[in-house]
Design a protein. Structure first.
Length: 486
């Protein structure tokens, strides 16, 4: 459960990172496309407006050449007059509404027609024409009152607004670089405004396509990259969790090994004192007399029984330790093993008022080395089941055979294993049972691993738990060929 929660948190963080990164990347892409759109729009608009400026400038120069070559009388005209006449002739081009004339310093001198609004030339435009370069300026919404002093429509109080293009050209001889005058053509700009709208529409469509294609490509690349990173993070998280569990299992194995050594030393130390205590209690119990002799005899008999159980426990533990350390190996059948387990837990079941049910569906033969370890596991599971089962209910041990496993199932009728503890089911913990050590299931898991078996919590609900102990059928654990004929 903790593993799943950790992986879910990791995946959530990874998805948030993906969304943030993708959002920032798309924002940068959109900003880049918008900046490119604005730059391209500005440059192309300048080219469109400068195109008309170049045409009017060329027409003015041509008209000046024509005026100068008409007749000898023209020689009496000044350069300013020739430039004025040439500009008037050039204004016949379609869309020209009027002309302003300026001297070489940019001061207004005249206009054609006469009702054109007078104004001096701005310094920015003057800098271009002094270098013999035409200059154009598009105004998308020009009031007619900025162009003309008076129009008949002004009498109605309605001032029309139209797009205009102001083209300013230098007036000079073709063979000389000195500017003697400046002409500013005021051109009706509906056609240019239409070109601008078409340009904006095409550039917007192109920018949208670029944004969509590049955005889709970047999204796909980032998604694939984050999928790869997410997969690596999951693998790394699982490896970290597995490593943590391995460390815990190693620590538990060390504890179990130390516990085994201590247990062996302790059991050898207890064996002789228990023998002496058992004989003493048996002798005193046989000497009971007097008025309370019967009651005292019963008490001594209980003490004798307790001493014998302690002796049996010590003897069995020593046998298991001897088998594990390479002592004599003999065969034990599964039905005998089940009876051994039943005998070991019968007194606890009677004390708790719990009924035992033993069901052996297959008879197999195990080596004593394996069987004794299996008994230790099953006894622990049965004792836990008895402790968890209410009085009047039952605990069952089932032995059955699968194709490759010998299966032992222990079923109780308790309240189920707490969900929040299932992820640490086989790890040492603080026991909630009086007298418990908290390492019983952990030791069972270590013993199962030692045998190559699998110990799992197969079911857990309000009606009880089922623990399954699956022992592989190998030459050491199960030998059906040794089953005696029945």
């Amino acid at each position: 459960m903790a593993t799943l929660e950790y992986l879910e948190r990791l995946m959530l963080r990874s998805r948030r990172t993906l969304l943030v990164t993708l959002g920032l990347t798309l924002c940068v892409l959109a900003a880049t496309v918008v900046i490119g759109w604005l730059l391209a729009r500005t440059l192309i608009r300048e080219q469109i407006s400068h195109r008309d400026a170049g045409l009017l400038y060329a027409a003015t120069l041509m008209e000046q050449a024509d005026v100068r070559g008409d007749d000898a009388a023209v020689a009496l005209k000044s350069d300013e007059q020739i430039g004025f006449d040439a500009a008037i002739l050039a204004s016949r081009m379609k869309g020209v509404m009027g002309i302003r004339f300026f001297d070489a310093a940019g001061r207004f001198t005249d206009s054609f027609p006469a009702n054109i609004q007078p104004r001096d030339l701005d310094s920015h435009t003057l800098g271009f024409v002094r270098q013999l370069e035409p200059h154009s300026h598009f105004r998308g919404d020009t009031p007619m009152s900025d162009v003309f002093i008076y129009l008949p429509s002004f009498a109605t109080g309605r001032v029309e607004r139209i797009p205009t293009l102001e083209v300013t050209v230098p007036l000079h001889r073709q063979d000389a670089g000195e500017v003697f005058g400046i002409a500013q053509f005021i051109v009706e700009g509906h056609s240019i405004a239409a070109e601008y709208r078409t340009l904006d529409r095409h550039l917007t469509g192109l920018a949208g396509q670029i944004l969509f294609i590049a955005g889709a490509f970047l999204t796909l690349m980032l998604w694939l990259a984050f999928r790869r990173v997410e997969s690596l993070n999951r693998r790394l998280a699982r490896q970290n969790i597995d490593l943590s569990r391995a460390n815990e299992e190693l620590a538990m194995a060390a504890r179990s090994s130390a516990l085994g050594a201590v247990s062996a030393h302790l059991m050898h130390g207890l064996k002789n004192p228990l023998d002496s205590l058992s004989r003493f209690v048996r002798d005193r119990g046989s000497e009971g007399n007097g008025d309370n002799g019967t009651d005292e005899t019963d008490d001594w008999q209980d003490a004798v029984a307790a001493a014998r159980r302690m002796q049996a426990l010590v003897e069995h533990t020593l046998e298991v330790l001897a088998d594990v350390r390479g002592g004599t190996v003999y065969d034990i059948r599964t039905d005998e093993l089940a009876k051994e387990v039943e005998g070991r837990v019968a007194s606890l079941a009677a004390k708790r008022g719990v009924t035992l049910g033993i069901q052996v569906e297959t008879v197999e033969v195990l080596s004593s080395r394996v069987a004794n370890l299996v008994v230790l596991v099953l006894v622990n599971l049965m004792e836990n089941a008895i402790q968890a089962t209410p009085r009047g209910e039952s605990v069952a041990l089932q032995v059955l055979k699968e194709p490759r496993h010998l299966v032992f199932r222990v079923r109780d009728h308790g309240s189920g294993f707490p969900a929040h503890l299932r992820s640490r089911l086989f790890l040492p913990c603080k026991s909630t049972r009086e007298g418990g050590s908290g390492i019983g299931l952990s030791i069972c898991k270590q013993l199962a691993d030692h045998l190559g078996a699998v110990l799992v919590l197969e079911e857990s609900q309000e009606g009880g738990c089922v623990f399954s102990f699956r022992l592989p059928c190998t030459s050491e654990s199960s030998r059906p060929d040794l089953i005696p004929a029945s």
